[in-house]
Design a protein around this ligand. Structure first.
Ligand SMILES: NC(=O)CC[C@H](N)C(=O)O
Length: 255
């Protein structure tokens, strides 16, 4: 059975572990780089990304997390976890924060405002429903939530949502001296997939809908099937290349 790691430095990791338990999957807490070895996939939970980044730094986790992401095993970031996985974050605290990266997008750290502007809404999720069944919508719990402002061409959008009408305008500045730009679209992206990376700005682990966890586990099954296919392809070509052509293979017989 797949071993799912949950980064357990801070935030809603217990809720993810409970959500995994509900669908019969064992999750393991990850706090040290060596605990990433042997995992099949990893969840980076929501919480507070600046604090989480400080703790990750303290435990020297960033290089191992980057290696895990680039190694191709499934990784899912929810909320602060999404910020961790983004290649670029805006709206950070002064001095910025270290990111794991890998997901080709720009994320705004507190797009929907402060804790007081936290909200719940129904999101349209046809791709989730197509894969995991159920309704075409899911409950989105947004807590001091980030949003994705831009994505690269390899990123598949799984859900977006309207920008709240009362939201003050967002100014995006891409570093010192760079020109500032006002975010003017009326919708923002809140769930995406790019290959082995899944990211949601909201918290599926706080609802009883298990479909996002199942979707993530299916990504794991897909990647295991791919790895197996690659292995059998390379070993079958290795096994036969030294054999004389047209000679029947002596197959072992199991009784
Ligand atoms: N619920 C969350 O994970 C909030 C994330 C928060 N906006 C941050 O900067 O980390």
């Amino acid at each position: 059975m797949a071993v799912v790691g949950v980064l357990a430095l801070q935030g809603s990791y217990n809720e993810h572990l409970a959500a995994l338990r509900r669908i019969g999957v064992r999750g393991v807490e990850v706090r040290k780089p060596e605990q990433l070895l042997g995992l099949d996939s990893l969840i980076i939970p929501g919480g507070e990304s600046t604090t989480m980044a400080k703790l990750a730094n303290y435990h020297n986790l960033f290089p191992a997390l980057r290696e895990f992401v680039s190694g191709g095993k499934p990784v899912w970031g929810t909320c602060a976890g999404l910020i961790f996985l983004a290649n670029k974050a805006v709206g950070q605290k002064t001095g910025g924060q270290e990111l794991v990266g890998g997901l080709d997008c720009t994320v705004h750290r507190n797009f929907f405002g402060s804790q007081l502007q936290s909200f719940e809404t129904e999101l349209s999720v046809p791709k989730l429903a197509e894969k995991e069944g159920g309704n075409d919508t899911c409950r989105g719990v947004f807590i001091r939530a980030p949003a994705i402002l831009e994505v690269g061409s390899d990123v598949e959008i799984l859900a977006d949502c309207p920008v709240p009408a009362n939201r003050p305008s967002i100014v995006i500045s891409s570093g010192e001296g760079a020109e500032e730009e006002v975010y003017s679209k009326d919708r923002v992206i809140v769930a995406v997939r790019q290959g082995n990376i899944l990211a949601t700005a909201f918290h599926p682990e706080l609802t009883s809908d298990s479909r996002w966890h199942r979707f993530f586990l299916d990504m794991d099954k897909e990647s295991q099937a791919k790895a197996l296919a690659a292995l059998s392809l390379s070993s079958s070509s290795r096994d036969t290349e030294h054999l004389p052509k047209n000679k029947p293979l002596a197959l072992p017989i199991f009784e």
